[in-house]
Design a protein around this ligand. Structure first.
Ligand code: AMP
Length: 473
């Protein structure tokens, strides 16, 4: 990875055969629904038979990047889109996607969600062969690899994807637009999600089903791990990679815990239900006597409801989140950074004061949020604080696209649960166990990637691999 981007992102693709139609606005709405998957940059590429490829990318939220003018200029009936997630450091326009480069008298555009762990090596190989890189993205690496297969080895696009996939180690969900054809690809371990839907005669690919709901498209199915899909004659055509079915499935558990929206269903499992189950499991593990169950909004709301229903203890709001605190908030001083937490979350003192509270959060990664959060909660003077966490201790980095943090920064990699509880100075600190989380998701343990929890990674990792930390305003 060494400096390459973690691409924990949202991707979209639309296939429409009516070339009088423009689909950019639909991509825009789908990306809008996937905004939680990335707020750093957004981009759309479209293809129109007469006008060829058009694309536009920019830094910031989808609504910052695209105004009417940009959408109107993006003519075309085939399109892909991307929202990129913010990691610390490399916030550059060149890294926004879709990545676009010339291909076969035309263009190829690609949107990637995932992280290729051997991309440094692949990139060096391409540089030696004369490819000049414009960005740090894995998409650029994959696009040039496809070009090489196509030009040097005379392969068609499907065979090129097949050959390239044999060299890629890591996670990738891709939407690719090649000269007016749309392809969707999911890595053979199925680490990142990708699904397909239909709206009239059009097909839509997206990272999460919530994107289909907003444009009123009908979910058809998830893309299989190791599957390439493309569209012809009103049908979904499928080509399975040679490696499909031969490697261990490794769906990312963190999609269910935190990352995906609760109204999405991934690989047949609804995220909201899973988070409710997490709450129920937390109650089985920690049946605490308390006055109220309070979520850390928004991602922990379903887990708190689950705990409340299982225990009979009332659910209540105790923290209000300001939804308008965004990525572009720059805080140069420590005082201002502390202010940022208060700006984002404010306790309802009347709901907390004098009460025994069960506070539920989705995960503790570096522990900084929990410390600040609990300081705020304590100001509201609860009688007892029982802090329960819907993700087991994160003890190792993720190398497949969820920028967790480096081992040095991960609180559970450096301190025992007792020590963390002491640091947080609370009555209970209870993490869900790995077994209970697996039960809550309802998928066989061997089909999940739990690398950040047990260091059992689904692929080989280069010795010099580095982890990245996410950016949090
Ligand atoms: P911290 O312990 O300070 O790193 O913050 C943990 C909180 O940040 C969790 O409760 C999540 O709400 C959120 N979070 C966890 N992992 C990520 C991630 N990879 N990217 C963005 N936010 C995250």
């Amino acid at each position: 990875m060494q400096g390459e981007m973690e691409d924990k992102c949202g991707i979209v693709g639309i296939h429409c055969t009516d070339d009088s139609k423009n689909v950019a606005s639909f991509v825009y709405y789908c990306l809008y629904a996937l905004q939680h998957r990335g707020q750093e940059s957004a981009g759309i590429a479209t293809f129109n038979k007469e006008k060829g490829l058009n694309y536009y990318c920019g830094m910031g939220l989808i609504t910052d990047v695209f105004k009417d003018y940009e959408i109107q200029n993006l003519q075309g009936n085939m399109a892909i889109g991307h929202v990129r997630y913010s990691t610390t450091g490399q916030s550059r326009l060149e890294n926004s996607q879709p990545f676009v480069t010339d291909f076969d008298d035309g263009f190829i555009a690609m949107a990637h969600n995932g992280d290729i762990v051997n991309s440094s090596e692949l990139r060096d190989e391409l540089i030696d062969e004369g490819y000049e890189f414009k960005s740090d993205t894995d998409s650029e690496v994959i696009c040039y690899m496809l070009k090489r297969e196509h030009y040097d080895n005379n392969k068609n696009i499907l065979d090129s994807i097949e050959s390239v996939s044999q060299k890629l180690v890591g996670s990738y969900a891709l939407t690719i637009l090649v000269n007016g054809e749309l392809y969707g690809v999911r890595d053979p371990m199925g680490i990142k999600p990708l699904a397909v839907a239909k709206k009239g005669d059009d097909f839509i690919l997206a990272s999460e089903t919530v994107a289909f709901d907003v444009i009123n498209a009908k979910y058809v199915r998830d893309i299989e791990p190791g599957e390439i899909v493309f569209f012809e004659n009103d049908e979904i055509n499928s080509h399975m990679l040679e490696s499909a079915g031969k490697c261990k499935l490794s769906h990312c558990m963190f999609e269910y815990v935190y990352f995906a929206r609760p109204d999405s269903t991934i690989d047949g499992i609804n995220v909201y239900q899973t988070r409710m189950n997490i709450g129920r499991q937390l109650h089985e593990l920690y049946p605490i006597d308390a006055d109220v169950v309070i979520p850390v909004p928004d991602s922990s709301i379903p887990a708190a409801i689950g705990y409340s229903r299982a225990s009979g203890i009332p659910y209540g709001e105790g923290l209000i989140k300001n939804r308008y605190v965004g990525r572009t908030f720059i805080m140069p001083t420590q005082e201002e950074r502390e202010l940022a937490v208060r700006l984002k979350l404010n306790p309802i003192k009347e709901a907390i004061k004098g009460k025994k509270i069960i506070l539920i959060d989705d995960s503790i990664v570096r522990g900084t949020t929990s410390k600040q959060l609990l300081d705020l909660v304590k100001e509201a003077e609860p009688e007892e604080i029982h802090f329960l966490v819907g993700c087991p201790p994160v003890v190792a980095p993720c190398y497949y696209g969820v920028a967790m943090a480096t081992k040095k920064e991960l609180i559970a990699a450096n301190y025992s649960i007792e020590e963390i509880q002491e640091q947080l100075d609370i009555d209970t600190l209870g993490y869900i166990t790995l077994e209970s989380l697996v039960k809550a998701i309802g998928m066989p343990k061997e089909n999940l990637c739990l690398g950040c929890l047990n260091e059992e990674y689904p692929t080989e990792l280069p010795d010099d691999i580095e982890a990245e930390t996410y950016y949090k305003p």
